[in-house]
Design a protein around this ligand. Sequence first.
Ligand SMILES: *Cc1c(COP(=O)(O)O)cnc(C)c1O
Length: 419
Amino acid sequence: MNCLTQDRDYEKKARRYNISLFPIENDCLVIRGVTLNRLAQRIGKTPFYAYDRDRITQRVKDLRRSLPNDVSLHYAIKANPMPAVVQHLASLVDGLDIASSGELRVALDTPMSSQHMSFAGPGKSDSEICQAIAAGVTINLESGAELERVARAAHESDIEARVAVRVNPDFELKSSGMKMSGGPKPFGVDADRVPATLRQISVHGLSFQGLHIFSGSQNLKAEAIAEAQEKTFELTYRLAESAPGPIQALNIGGGFGIPYFPGDIPLDIGRVGENLERLMYQMRARLPHTRVVIELGRYLVGEAGVYVCRVVDRKLSRGQVFLVTDGGLHHHLAASGNFGQVIRKNYPVLIGNKVQGKEREVVSVVGPLCTPLDLLADKMEMAKAEVGDLVVVLQSGAYGLSASPTQFLSHPPPLEVLV
Ligand SMILES: *Cc1c(COP(=O)(O)O)cnc(C)c1O
């Protein structure tokens, strides 16, 4: 087979989706130097998720080049909590953001100091609060009642509790895949109530660390992110007047998105960085003791991961070819279109051991679950596949396994490897 045509066709798909390429060798996808066939043999069974550590490393490097030097970078574990991935990221970023006691445990297993960890999320249990105080992580307060519970736990354990206030800002992040601010929200303290919450922090003698202003997720528009960041700084200057002490850390959220679907244009990170540099220039003068933190999940890991399953049946139904695989919605809810998407679109899917193939065809890729929702690709062009071939879903490094209903239909869970 001609190498050039193979590559060209893969590139065509990559261009349509605007994603960056994994290398191809003998028409087989290569993950950090290992062909997919060999990786599948090494792992011993399908389905599995594979994450490429070099891609994660490179991503953090590239990102740091675009951002102001004095911005701290945190990893939001929620995006991919696999312990090996978190360990790897702990060596690359400046802090870890957690949202449960389970994530706290994974974070504390890394060499990262707990001083650089923060715990956000509504509905923290009393036991999670006690654990967080004992661990010495910063608790991002989500409500006035939570503040009272933190104060009580700190008093009872006689340990100083580090707290920040998570603010529900009075603006939203426009064109965001998931809006998490503006209007009534379960997250954070409404901006107009924050001064009262800040007063309570000093009344209770809690150790004030700063503010957390997260306004949304999965955003591909640099202008929208720049606008939200500008409003975030303005809001911070206003709230700083009521703060019980210097704002040591200002977590301005993140929301940097990655392309998933045809036509998605990757985020212009250079523009985000330039705008942030302008905002930071002002801030260094107005709040000289404040460290700015950006927290990111999918932007760091999303493009480094693939989900791989095997074709177990190939059938023709009324003119349409179905590849039935051993993987599906129960392992990768997002790729099936059921993780908050309004309109289902195909993730980039290909046959990993026949990227170009000898023939191409339009197929639907489904899983083994008895529900029409179990769809990984809907009438998509790919290489003609047979039973035993490997189906690959790209852009699967974030919100994959841990965001999927693995118990549904009682099939075995997939494996995960960091290559
Ligand atoms: C989910 C979440 C993140 C990570 O979002 P990504 O889109 O994966 O970057 C960051 N911060 C908070 C508070 C979150 O809830």
